[in-house]
Design a protein around this ligand. Structure first.
Ligand code: ADP
Ligand code: MG
Length: 322
Protein backbone atom coordinates (compact mmCIF):
# COMPACT_ATOMS: atom_id res chain seq x y z
CA UNK A 1 0.00 0.00 0.00
CA UNK A 2 0.93 3.64 -0.19
CA UNK A 3 2.49 3.92 3.26
CA UNK A 4 4.72 0.91 2.71
CA UNK A 5 5.74 2.29 -0.65
CA UNK A 6 6.54 5.64 0.91
CA UNK A 7 8.70 3.96 3.54
CA UNK A 8 10.46 1.92 0.87
CA UNK A 9 10.93 5.10 -1.13
CA UNK A 10 13.10 6.44 1.66
CA UNK A 11 15.78 3.95 0.68
CA UNK A 12 15.81 4.94 -2.96
CA UNK A 13 14.71 8.56 -3.03
CA UNK A 14 16.38 10.76 -0.51
CA UNK A 15 16.38 13.93 -2.59
CA UNK A 16 15.94 15.02 -6.22
CA UNK A 17 19.47 13.91 -7.12
CA UNK A 18 18.79 10.32 -6.05
CA UNK A 19 15.62 10.18 -8.16
CA UNK A 20 17.54 11.68 -11.09
CA UNK A 21 20.29 9.09 -10.72
CA UNK A 22 17.76 6.24 -10.87
CA UNK A 23 16.02 7.70 -13.92
CA UNK A 24 19.29 8.18 -15.79
CA UNK A 25 20.37 4.63 -14.95
CA UNK A 26 17.09 3.38 -16.39
CA UNK A 27 17.71 5.35 -19.59
CA UNK A 28 21.21 3.90 -19.88
CA UNK A 29 19.85 0.39 -19.18
CA UNK A 30 17.39 0.97 -22.04
CA UNK A 31 20.30 1.58 -24.41
CA UNK A 32 19.87 5.34 -24.72
CA UNK A 33 22.37 7.20 -26.90
CA UNK A 34 20.93 10.58 -25.88
CA UNK A 35 19.65 11.67 -22.49
CA UNK A 36 18.08 15.08 -21.94
CA UNK A 37 17.45 16.25 -18.41
CA UNK A 38 15.34 19.21 -17.43
CA UNK A 39 15.13 20.45 -13.86
CA UNK A 40 13.06 23.13 -12.21
CA UNK A 41 13.89 24.53 -8.80
CA UNK A 42 16.77 22.15 -8.24
CA UNK A 43 14.59 19.18 -9.21
CA UNK A 44 12.14 19.76 -6.37
CA UNK A 45 9.47 21.09 -8.71
CA UNK A 46 10.38 19.05 -11.78
CA UNK A 47 12.78 16.34 -12.90
CA UNK A 48 12.26 15.37 -16.51
CA UNK A 49 14.43 12.74 -18.19
CA UNK A 50 13.95 12.07 -21.89
CA UNK A 51 15.84 9.31 -23.69
CA UNK A 52 15.99 7.60 -27.05
CA UNK A 53 16.17 4.11 -25.58
CA UNK A 54 14.16 1.01 -26.44
CA UNK A 55 10.98 2.29 -24.80
CA UNK A 56 8.26 0.43 -22.92
CA UNK A 57 5.32 -1.26 -24.64
CA UNK A 58 1.83 0.00 -23.75
CA UNK A 59 0.99 -3.30 -22.04
CA UNK A 60 4.03 -2.99 -19.77
CA UNK A 61 3.64 0.63 -18.70
CA UNK A 62 1.58 -0.05 -15.56
CA UNK A 63 3.89 -2.90 -14.63
CA UNK A 64 6.93 -0.61 -14.80
CA UNK A 65 5.46 1.44 -11.95
CA UNK A 66 4.62 -1.56 -9.75
CA UNK A 67 6.84 -2.44 -6.81
CA UNK A 68 9.36 -5.19 -7.41
CA UNK A 69 8.62 -5.04 -11.08
CA UNK A 70 11.74 -5.30 -13.12
CA UNK A 71 12.18 -6.48 -16.67
CA UNK A 72 15.87 -6.98 -16.05
CA UNK A 73 15.87 -10.18 -14.02
CA UNK A 74 14.59 -13.51 -15.26
CA UNK A 75 14.92 -15.77 -12.22
CA UNK A 76 15.04 -15.72 -8.43
CA UNK A 77 18.66 -16.84 -8.45
CA UNK A 78 19.52 -13.94 -10.70
CA UNK A 79 17.62 -11.63 -8.37
CA UNK A 80 19.69 -12.73 -5.40
CA UNK A 81 22.92 -12.20 -7.23
CA UNK A 82 22.12 -8.64 -8.29
CA UNK A 83 19.69 -7.61 -5.55
CA UNK A 84 21.75 -4.66 -4.40
CA UNK A 85 22.87 -3.52 -7.83
CA UNK A 86 19.77 -1.43 -8.18
CA UNK A 87 17.95 -3.93 -10.36
CA UNK A 88 15.33 -4.26 -7.71
CA UNK A 89 12.40 -2.92 -9.61
CA UNK A 90 11.80 -0.30 -6.97
CA UNK A 91 12.89 3.02 -8.32
CA UNK A 92 9.86 4.03 -10.37
CA UNK A 93 7.37 2.67 -7.81
CA UNK A 94 9.19 4.47 -5.01
CA UNK A 95 9.30 7.75 -6.85
CA UNK A 96 5.62 7.39 -7.80
CA UNK A 97 4.77 7.02 -4.10
CA UNK A 98 6.30 10.37 -3.16
CA UNK A 99 5.72 12.55 -6.24
CA UNK A 100 3.47 13.07 -9.24
CA UNK A 101 4.96 10.86 -11.90
CA UNK A 102 4.28 10.74 -15.62
CA UNK A 103 5.76 8.07 -17.89
CA UNK A 104 5.47 8.40 -21.66
CA UNK A 105 7.09 5.84 -23.89
CA UNK A 106 7.20 4.46 -27.39
CA UNK A 107 8.77 1.28 -28.65
CA UNK A 108 10.14 1.24 -32.21
CA UNK A 109 7.25 -0.98 -33.39
CA UNK A 110 4.49 1.16 -31.88
CA UNK A 111 2.44 3.48 -34.08
CA UNK A 112 2.46 6.13 -31.38
CA UNK A 113 3.49 6.61 -27.78
CA UNK A 114 1.51 5.80 -24.62
CA UNK A 115 1.44 7.55 -21.30
CA UNK A 116 0.60 6.63 -17.75
CA UNK A 117 0.47 8.90 -14.72
CA UNK A 118 0.64 8.09 -11.02
CA UNK A 119 -0.14 10.11 -7.96
CA UNK A 120 -0.19 9.00 -4.32
CA UNK A 121 0.64 5.54 -5.59
CA UNK A 122 -2.56 5.31 -7.66
CA UNK A 123 -2.12 4.64 -11.35
CA UNK A 124 -4.15 6.41 -13.99
CA UNK A 125 -5.24 4.86 -17.27
CA UNK A 126 -2.80 4.18 -20.10
CA UNK A 127 -3.56 6.76 -22.77
CA UNK A 128 -2.27 7.58 -26.25
CA UNK A 129 0.42 10.26 -26.33
CA UNK A 130 2.80 11.99 -28.71
CA UNK A 131 6.50 11.16 -28.60
CA UNK A 132 8.95 10.39 -31.40
CA UNK A 133 10.82 7.61 -29.66
CA UNK A 134 12.18 6.42 -26.36
CA UNK A 135 10.85 7.43 -22.97
CA UNK A 136 10.11 10.53 -20.97
CA UNK A 137 9.75 10.38 -17.21
CA UNK A 138 8.46 13.45 -15.42
CA UNK A 139 8.64 13.73 -11.66
CA UNK A 140 6.84 16.73 -10.21
CA UNK A 141 6.65 18.11 -6.69
CA UNK A 142 8.85 15.58 -4.95
CA UNK A 143 7.63 14.77 -1.41
CA UNK A 144 4.45 16.86 -1.86
CA UNK A 145 2.60 14.16 0.11
CA UNK A 146 5.33 13.45 2.68
CA UNK A 147 5.86 16.83 4.39
CA UNK A 148 8.32 15.41 6.93
CA UNK A 149 10.62 14.42 4.07
CA UNK A 150 10.06 17.61 2.19
CA UNK A 151 11.26 19.54 5.23
CA UNK A 152 14.65 17.91 4.91
CA UNK A 153 15.20 19.19 1.41
CA UNK A 154 17.71 22.01 1.18
CA UNK A 155 17.38 25.12 -0.96
CA UNK A 156 16.79 24.67 -4.71
CA UNK A 157 20.37 25.85 -5.31
CA UNK A 158 21.78 23.12 -3.05
CA UNK A 159 19.51 20.42 -4.47
CA UNK A 160 20.45 21.58 -7.96
CA UNK A 161 24.13 21.15 -7.07
CA UNK A 162 23.49 17.55 -6.01
CA UNK A 163 21.56 16.88 -9.23
CA UNK A 164 24.31 18.35 -11.39
CA UNK A 165 26.90 16.24 -9.60
CA UNK A 166 24.85 13.05 -10.07
CA UNK A 167 24.51 13.79 -13.78
CA UNK A 168 28.19 14.74 -14.09
CA UNK A 169 29.15 11.30 -12.75
CA UNK A 170 26.88 9.59 -15.27
CA UNK A 171 28.20 11.76 -18.10
CA UNK A 172 31.83 11.02 -17.18
CA UNK A 173 31.06 7.31 -16.91
CA UNK A 174 29.43 7.24 -20.37
CA UNK A 175 31.18 9.75 -22.66
CA UNK A 176 29.74 8.05 -25.75
CA UNK A 177 26.23 9.09 -24.72
CA UNK A 178 24.92 12.58 -25.54
CA UNK A 179 23.82 14.43 -22.41
CA UNK A 180 21.94 17.67 -22.06
CA UNK A 181 21.06 19.46 -18.84
CA UNK A 182 18.67 22.35 -18.44
CA UNK A 183 17.82 24.14 -15.26
CA UNK A 184 14.92 26.57 -15.01
CA UNK A 185 14.72 26.74 -18.79
CA UNK A 186 18.42 27.46 -19.41
CA UNK A 187 20.81 25.02 -21.04
CA UNK A 188 23.63 24.23 -18.59
CA UNK A 189 25.44 21.64 -20.66
CA UNK A 190 25.13 20.12 -24.07
CA UNK A 191 27.62 17.31 -24.39
CA UNK A 192 28.08 15.57 -27.75
CA UNK A 193 29.15 11.98 -28.08
CA UNK A 194 32.89 12.20 -27.34
CA UNK A 195 35.86 10.30 -25.98
CA UNK A 196 36.57 10.13 -22.27
CA UNK A 197 39.25 12.79 -22.30
CA UNK A 198 37.15 15.32 -24.22
CA UNK A 199 34.21 14.62 -21.89
CA UNK A 200 36.39 15.21 -18.83
CA UNK A 201 37.63 18.54 -20.21
CA UNK A 202 34.08 19.58 -21.10
CA UNK A 203 32.94 18.95 -17.53
CA UNK A 204 36.02 19.96 -15.53
CA UNK A 205 36.90 22.99 -17.61
CA UNK A 206 39.43 23.56 -20.35
CA UNK A 207 41.95 24.71 -17.74
CA UNK A 208 42.13 21.06 -16.70
CA UNK A 209 43.80 20.29 -20.04
CA UNK A 210 46.89 22.35 -19.28
CA UNK A 211 46.94 21.19 -15.69
CA UNK A 212 46.57 17.44 -16.02
CA UNK A 213 48.50 14.43 -17.26
CA UNK A 214 46.84 11.67 -19.14
CA UNK A 215 47.66 8.10 -18.34
CA UNK A 216 46.84 4.73 -19.77
CA UNK A 217 48.54 1.81 -18.07
CA UNK A 218 47.86 -1.88 -18.21
CA UNK A 219 49.18 -4.83 -16.24
CA UNK A 220 47.70 -8.20 -17.06
CA UNK A 221 43.96 -7.74 -16.92
CA UNK A 222 44.15 -4.44 -15.04
CA UNK A 223 43.92 -1.15 -16.85
CA UNK A 224 43.95 2.39 -15.53
CA UNK A 225 43.30 5.29 -17.89
CA UNK A 226 42.24 8.88 -17.54
CA UNK A 227 43.53 12.24 -16.37
CA UNK A 228 45.44 13.12 -13.24
CA UNK A 229 45.18 16.81 -12.36
CA UNK A 230 48.22 18.75 -11.33
CA UNK A 231 48.22 20.72 -8.06
CA UNK A 232 47.77 23.99 -9.99
CA UNK A 233 44.27 22.87 -10.95
CA UNK A 234 43.29 22.00 -7.39
CA UNK A 235 44.82 25.21 -6.08
CA UNK A 236 42.54 27.18 -8.36
CA UNK A 237 39.78 26.00 -6.06
CA UNK A 238 38.43 23.26 -8.30
CA UNK A 239 37.67 20.00 -6.60
CA UNK A 240 37.16 16.85 -8.63
CA UNK A 241 37.79 13.26 -7.67
CA UNK A 242 36.21 10.81 -10.05
CA UNK A 243 37.04 7.14 -10.11
CA UNK A 244 35.09 4.69 -12.23
CA UNK A 245 35.49 0.96 -11.74
CA UNK A 246 34.23 -1.01 -14.73
CA UNK A 247 32.18 2.01 -15.73
CA UNK A 248 30.64 2.58 -12.32
CA UNK A 249 31.32 5.65 -10.17
CA UNK A 250 33.02 4.51 -6.99
CA UNK A 251 34.40 6.04 -3.83
CA UNK A 252 37.08 3.80 -2.52
CA UNK A 253 39.41 4.40 0.42
CA UNK A 254 42.06 2.00 -0.78
CA UNK A 255 42.34 3.43 -4.29
CA UNK A 256 41.98 7.00 -3.04
CA UNK A 257 44.90 6.30 -0.75
CA UNK A 258 47.01 4.86 -3.58
CA UNK A 259 46.37 8.00 -5.64
CA UNK A 260 47.17 10.39 -2.79
CA UNK A 261 50.37 8.51 -1.94
CA UNK A 262 51.60 8.92 -5.52
CA UNK A 263 50.93 12.68 -5.43
CA UNK A 264 52.74 12.91 -2.11
CA UNK A 265 55.73 10.91 -3.34
CA UNK A 266 56.20 12.51 -6.73
CA UNK A 267 54.87 16.04 -6.32
CA UNK A 268 55.07 16.44 -2.53
CA UNK A 269 51.43 17.38 -2.74
CA UNK A 270 49.33 16.28 0.21
CA UNK A 271 45.97 17.88 -0.44
CA UNK A 272 43.07 16.69 -2.58
CA UNK A 273 44.27 16.13 -6.12
CA UNK A 274 41.79 16.33 -8.98
CA UNK A 275 41.42 13.28 -11.20
CA UNK A 276 39.17 11.40 -13.58
CA UNK A 277 40.28 7.79 -13.64
CA UNK A 278 38.83 4.70 -15.24
CA UNK A 279 39.87 1.38 -13.77
CA UNK A 280 38.92 -1.79 -15.58
CA UNK A 281 39.44 -5.25 -14.20
CA UNK A 282 37.79 -8.67 -14.55
CA UNK A 283 34.29 -8.54 -12.97
CA UNK A 284 35.11 -11.45 -10.65
CA UNK A 285 37.85 -9.32 -9.08
CA UNK A 286 35.39 -6.80 -7.70
CA UNK A 287 32.34 -7.15 -5.49
CA UNK A 288 29.91 -4.31 -6.12
CA UNK A 289 27.27 -5.65 -3.74
CA UNK A 290 28.70 -3.99 -0.67
CA UNK A 291 26.38 -1.02 -0.39
CA UNK A 292 22.97 -0.35 -1.93
CA UNK A 293 24.00 3.19 -2.82
CA UNK A 294 26.53 1.44 -5.03
CA UNK A 295 29.43 3.81 -4.62
CA UNK A 296 31.37 1.32 -2.49
CA UNK A 297 33.04 -1.79 -3.77
CA UNK A 298 35.32 -4.49 -2.44
CA UNK A 299 38.30 -5.83 -4.33
CA UNK A 300 39.55 -9.41 -4.26
CA UNK A 301 43.23 -8.50 -4.55
CA UNK A 302 43.30 -5.20 -2.77
CA UNK A 303 47.03 -4.97 -2.15
CA UNK A 304 48.05 -5.79 -5.71
CA UNK A 305 45.53 -3.27 -6.99
CA UNK A 306 46.82 -0.59 -4.63
CA UNK A 307 50.32 -1.15 -5.97
CA UNK A 308 49.18 -1.05 -9.59
CA UNK A 309 47.29 2.23 -9.15
CA UNK A 310 50.08 3.79 -7.11
CA UNK A 311 52.74 3.01 -9.71
CA UNK A 312 50.56 4.02 -12.65
CA UNK A 313 49.99 7.42 -11.02
CA UNK A 314 53.65 7.75 -10.10
CA UNK A 315 54.67 7.24 -13.71
CA UNK A 316 52.09 9.70 -15.01
CA UNK A 317 53.03 12.35 -12.47
CA UNK A 318 56.75 11.73 -12.95
CA UNK A 319 56.48 13.40 -16.33
CA UNK A 320 54.93 16.38 -14.61
CA UNK A 321 57.79 17.13 -12.28
CA UNK A 322 59.54 19.73 -14.41
P1 ADP B 1 14.67 -1.58 -12.35
O1 ADP B 1 15.50 -0.54 -13.07
O2 ADP B 1 15.35 -2.04 -11.09
O3 ADP B 1 14.21 -2.69 -13.24
P2 ADP B 1 12.78 0.55 -12.07
O4 ADP B 1 11.66 0.79 -11.11
O5 ADP B 1 13.87 1.54 -12.12
O6 ADP B 1 13.35 -0.89 -11.79
O7 ADP B 1 12.15 0.40 -13.51
C1 ADP B 1 11.14 -0.59 -13.72
C2 ADP B 1 11.12 -1.07 -15.15
O8 ADP B 1 10.63 -0.02 -15.99
C3 ADP B 1 12.47 -1.42 -15.73
O9 ADP B 1 12.80 -2.77 -15.43
C4 ADP B 1 12.27 -1.20 -17.22
O10 ADP B 1 11.66 -2.34 -17.80
C5 ADP B 1 11.25 -0.09 -17.27
N1 ADP B 1 11.87 1.23 -17.53
C6 ADP B 1 12.08 2.21 -16.63
N2 ADP B 1 12.63 3.30 -17.20
C7 ADP B 1 12.79 3.00 -18.51
C8 ADP B 1 13.32 3.71 -19.65
N3 ADP B 1 13.81 4.96 -19.55
N4 ADP B 1 13.31 3.07 -20.84
C9 ADP B 1 12.83 1.82 -20.97
N5 ADP B 1 12.31 1.10 -19.95
C10 ADP B 1 12.29 1.68 -18.73
MG1 MG C 1 16.03 1.28 -12.32
Amino acid sequence: DLLISQIAAGEVVERPASALKELVENSLDAGAREIRVELEEGGIRLIRVADDGQGIAADDLAQALARHATSKIASLAELESVASLGFRGEALASIAAVARLGLTSRTPEAEHAWRIAAQDGALGAVEPAALGRGSVVEVRDLFFNTPARRKFLKTPATEYGHCEEALRRAALARPEVVFELRHNGKVVWRLPRQDAEARALALLGEEFEAAARSLDEAAGELRLAGLAGLPAYSRSGRDAQYLFVNGRYVRDKLLGHAVREAYRDILHYDRHPAYVLYLTLPPDQVDVNVHPAKTEVRFRQAQALHGFVFHALERALGYART
